[in-house]
Design a protein around this ligand. Structure first.
Ligand code: ADP
Length: 605
């Protein structure tokens, strides 16, 4: 499928026509210096053609009046999706209005993105246009990583929270790393370091972004080409007072006069800074040190956030090309189990046809990889998935909804510790998934803070103990339970279980179950989804429309069609659970809207 990818900024527009099966670039357009008389375009590496001071629309019309490209759909990079967009979205007038409503959050980027969308929709009026958001991949950040410690009401009113950026790149390189390591991404904790002119790091825990260094705007976090990254906000107040700077001056200072450029006084190109440092320039040396130190600090912090790390990925202009930065950053990571091989690091080189290379030495427990990012290809793939999915969902299909109350799965050994030697789980009543039953047995959960008594055990016994609680329960018990797929308990907190015959402390096993839908292979065919796809579900309840994102699809012949959400979510949606302690039907209906799969570990299609 030929997808046109448009990355429209305020001063430049990048347009690529990609064939999605091979990732081949069929055509390429680069427009530079938009908004000035010197604006020009290069098409397929031809001579630069002057355009003059044109609008986005005029530029598109001039360029495409002469071309005869076959385009199946258009994917647009949109920087800020705010709270409104958590996945790629088909563009219609409503979508454009919504993106416009986010202008205050991204005044530099979103207006230019919309100008590109409107221009492309006029020229390519008979194909589907899709918006792919930089922020969407980070919509899985847990709340603790989303919030700033500021007045909550004000934060809610203005959407002042951490959103994260560079989503398509982090997602792409994490997938590439998993493919290279021949390991399912759902088994890996990956740190992806996107180091270009803009720079950010992302903690990708079992396939989902759980922490990232950019925040409400792409200014927070690492040292960048011209952006400061983290800074004490008190410094701005000080400058405003002592220099009399207004908001424009502060904005320029932070966004265009800081970072490597501000530190070095040489400019934002790392190559120049590396050369000057080699020639003895002290400020250039300092710039490299601050850049590497900040990144190393984040790697340590994010390893702690994920409770360890399996792979560290370097990507984008600096990450892919600067052996010096990789060397400096990796210098003190041995305590994490990450050691690079200096020869491999020096000679590492990646490209489209050889996108991943390993630079860790053989004793390194953590794999250190250099991965070529390809944001245009990532956007093209997302666009294609949505276009294909749209073919399947002309009419919404109904799925029964069930509320999953807190419950416990036990091993036979645990049953015997808690209920006595030789004890067996006994069925109190069947639950909707065939073969499973709510048990007569209940246990008490004893957390570091408080206890929750009378939690139902679900049978039959399983190979691993697992305690599934809601977010409210997390606070009651006093522990941080990650959102996980059932059965996936590695690196989760432990807890003490109390039964009539004894207590048992498990080292791991407490999770907040990820929202999921059980379905049969026939259902999956009908919905046009497959096992482990991640979808979005619209729930219509009392005339209100609620969207549940990040819903995992589980397909098995053993299942009956049903979506499971937890009690907190049910309460938020005003869905009442049935009897506490069992899984019960809520009697609601949902219509399923397919969202693109977050990761495909198979072949790129
Ligand atoms: P963006 O896409 O964010 O504009 P890029 O990913 O192209 O940025 O990265 C640009 C950065 O990569 C610049 O700082 C540039 O100096 C740096 N870079 C590119 N090639 C090299 C190299 N061979 N050695 C060191 N730095 C490099």
């Amino acid at each position: 499928m030929n997808i046109l990818v448009v990355n429209s900024g305020s001063s430049s527009i990048k347009i690529d026509l990609l064939e999605t099966r091979t990732g081949e670039r069929i055509h390429q357009v680069r427009i530079e210096r938009m908004g000035t008389e010197a604006c020009s375009v290069v098409i397929d590496k031809s001579e630069s053609i002057p355009l003059g001071d044109v609008t986005h629309k005029e530029a598109f019309q001039i360029i495409f009046s002469e071309q005869n490209w076959v385009v199946a759909a258009v994917g647009h990079r949109v920087v800020h999706g705010g709270d409104l967009f958590r996945q790629p979205t088909r563009i219609d007038t409503n979508t454009i209005e919504n993106i416009k409503s986010l202008f205050p959050l991204a005044p530099l980027h979103n207006p230019a993105n919309v100008a590109g969308i409107e221009a492309a929709m006029e020229v390519f009026s008979d194909v589907i246009h899709v918006a792919v958001f930089d922020t969407a991949f980070h919509s899985t950040l847990p709340r603790r990583a989303q919030y700033y410690a500021i007045d909550h009401a004000l934060a809610q009113q203005h959407g002042l929270r951490r959103y994260g950026f560079h989503g398509p790149s982090h997602q792409w390189v994490a997938s590439e790393a998993a493919r290279f390591l021949r390991t399912d991404i759902r088994q890996l904790r990956i740190l992806t370091c996107h180091l270009g002119n803009g720079a950010s790091i992302c903690a990708v825990e079992y396939g989902r972004s759980v922490e990232t260094s950019m925040g409400m705007t792409p200014l927070e976090g690492l040292v960048m080409g011209t952006r400061s990254g983290d800074i004490d906000p008190g410094l701005l107040v000080y400058l405003a007072k002592s220099e009399g700077w207004d908001l424009t001056a502060l904005d320029q200072f932070l966004n265009t006069k800081s970072g490597l450029s501000g530190l070095s006084g040489i400019g934002n190109d790392l190559r120049d800074i590396e050369e000057a440092a080699a020639n003895g320039d002290e400020r250039a040396r300092l710039s490299l040190q601050v850049f590497a130190h900040r990144l190393r600090k984040y790697i340590g912090a994010y390893a702690a956030v994920m409770g360890g790390v399996d792979a560290i990925v370097f990507t984008a202009g600096i990450g892919e090309n600067s052996a010096l930065i990789r060397h400096r950053v990796a210098q003190r990571l041995e305590f994490l189990g990450a050691r690079i091989d200096e020869d491999l690091n020096r000679t590492a080189s990646v490209c489209k046809s050889h996108p991943v290379t390993e630079i860790s030495d053989e004793r390194s427990r953590v794999k250190v990889l250099v991965v070529a990012t390809d944001e245009a290809c990532a956007i093209a793939q997302e666009t294609k998935k949505l276009v294909q999915a749209l073919d399947h969902v002309s009419t919404p299909k109904v799925i029964p909804l069930a509320v999953s109350a807190r419950h416990v799965h036990l091993t036979q050994a645990a049953v015997e510790v808690l209920f006595g030697k030789g004890a067996q789980l006994t069925a109190y009543k069947p639950i909707s998934q065939p073969g499973q039953f709510a048990c007569d047995q209940k246990v008490n959960l004893i957390g570091p803070r408080r206890r929750i008594d009378g939690v139902r055990v679900i049978g039959p016994v399983r190979p691993k103990n697992q305690v599934e609680i809601s977010r409210t329960d997390e606070f009651t018990l006093g522990l941080d339970a990650p959102i996980r797929n059932s059965g996936d308990v590695k690196n989760t907190p432990g807890i003490t279980l109390e039964g009539p015959a004894g207590t048992l402390t498990i080292k791991e096993g407490v999770i907040c179950a990820r929202r999921h839908i059980h379905m049969t292979p026939e259902d999956s065919e009908a919905f046009g989804v497959k096992d482990r796809d991640v979808v979005e579900v619209a729930v219509e309840s009392d005339g209100r429309n609620l969207i549940f994102g990040d819903v995992l699809v589980r397909v098995s012949k053993k299942y009956v069609l049903e979506m499971h959400i937890d009690t907190d979510e049910a309460n938020a949606a005003e869905i009442k659970p049935g009897m506490a302690g069992v899984l019960s039907d809520g009697g609601m209906t949902v219509s399923l809207r397919v969202r693109s799969t977050q990761f495909e570990t198979g072949d790129r299609q």
